[in-house]
Design a protein around this ligand. Structure first.
Ligand code: GDP
Length: 365
């Protein structure tokens, strides 16, 4: 399954945030795989639609879909040269599908900052440069190999060489490769390079308790937003300390606590939703009397593949999928009523599943 890695300099609040994630996380007993790696936290994806479907269908059980975060500790300046746990850090980051980059945007004289002052843009740059250096190294290696082939005027190699040149130029200017707009043809080559700076990134601005309550962005967050805009990246603000407290509460207590603070949605819930979108994920539902359940799929997947997420037999023996959109089901109030209104479709194996589809699969065993 897909995972978002949490990275950031020391003392920015990563562990506090990761604690919140594991505390808020699903019970290990329900998800045995979650216990394998202590660096992985599995959370439920908050989804208002699932609650509404539960009210409508009144099933025996409701099961939300889940999302994984991986705690990637250990980056310091010089990581790309193997300082600290540098190499391990870079190897771990290579494994994740998206990066949640935690940035300290709170002042607190009791908590030392690695570089002596709180300066989010400086922090962001420190980490990004390590990733850029690592990518430059990958590019150089590839360059050496491909330029040998290119000398024979191999068209394919010459094409790749031009791409490598473009990336190299960007990296050398201190910019991440994600700032380059590649054509779909180029993408094929870029994917094979397994670069770090092409991974989608979400900046997580860790703000103080006071700033959460005050609402609005402080100057540090504004600076991070301005930078993120240059990379087409998103920003979410959280107060890791508050999230850690909120994570211990049940749903009702949580709602009350947030209301008291005047917060609409917890920062962690926003983080989960943004990370989900960042990874190009969607949710479809199954809604039977026994169980109403949300399932994660990759946007663009066709019906048989999404059926395969439930069980490989569903994919192998796929015949059709009875499909209704969440909005239609809610509007007509029941599957039967939606059918009578002609809103339920029988979709075949080429159907591209949409976020919010409610599906029932027909299959041969
Ligand atoms: P890490 O090194 O990035 O994992 O950082 P930690 O999570 O260990 O946090 C470093 C210190 O900052 C700890 O003393 C935390 O309690 C504190 N801290 C983390 N988040 C917040 C926050 O939102 N507000 C304040 N005031 N302190 C925080």
């Amino acid at each position: 399954s897909l995972t978002a890695g949490i990275v950031g300099l020391p003392n920015v609040g990563k562990s506090t945030l990761f604690n919140a994630i594991t505390k808020a996380g699903v019970e290990a007993a329900n998800y045995p795989f979650a216990t394998i790696d202590p660096n992985v936290g599995v959370v439920e994806v908050p989804d208002e639609r699932l609650n509404k479907l539960t009210e409508l269908v009144k099933p025996k059980k409701t099961v939300p879909t889940t999302f994984e975060f991986t705690d990637i500790a250990g980056i310091v300046k010089g990581a790309s040269k193997g300082e600290g746990l540098g190499n391990k850090f870079l190897a771990n980051i290579r494994q994740v599908d998206a990066i949640c980059h935690v940035v300290r945007c709170f002042e607190d004289d009791n908590i030392t900052h690695v570089s002596g002052k709180v300066d989010p843009l400086d922090d962001v740059e420190t980490i990004n440069l390590e990733l850029i250096f690592a990518d430059l190294e990958s590019i150089e290696k590839r360059y050496t190999r491909i330029s040998k082939i290119a000398r024979t005027k191999d068209k394919d190699a010459l094409y790749e060489l031009a791409i490598l040149d473009k990336i190299k130029e960007t990296l050398e200017a201190g910019k991440s490769a994600r700032t380059i707009e590649f054509t779909p043809e180029e993408e094929v080559y870029v994917k094979n390079l397994f670069l770090l700076t092409t991974k989608p990134v979400l900046y997580v601005a860790n703000i103080s308790e006071e700033d959460v309550i005050a609402g609005g962005d402080n100057e540090m967050v504004q600076a991070v937003r301005a930078f993120a805009a240059t990379e087409d990246a998103e920003v979410v603000t959280v107060c890791a300390r508050i999230e850690e407290e909120v994570a211990e509460l049940d749903d009702e207590e949580k709602a009350e606590f947030l209301k008291e603070l005047g917060i609409e949605q917890s920062g962690l819930d926003q983080l989960i939703q943004k990370a989900y979108t960042l990874l190009g994920l969607g949710t479809y539902f199954t809604a039977g009397e026994k169980e109403v359940r949300a399932w994660t799929f990759k946007l663009g997947m066709k019906a048989p593949q999404t059926a395969g997420i439930i069980h490989s037999d569903f994919e192998r023996g796929f015949i059709r999928a009875e499909t209704v959109s969440y909005d239609d089901l809610l509007q007509y109030g029941s599957m039967q009523a939606a059918k009578e209104a002609g809103r339920v479709r029988l979709e075949g194996k080429d159907y591209v599943v949409q976020d919010g589809d409610v599906m029932e699969f027909r299959f041969n065993v």
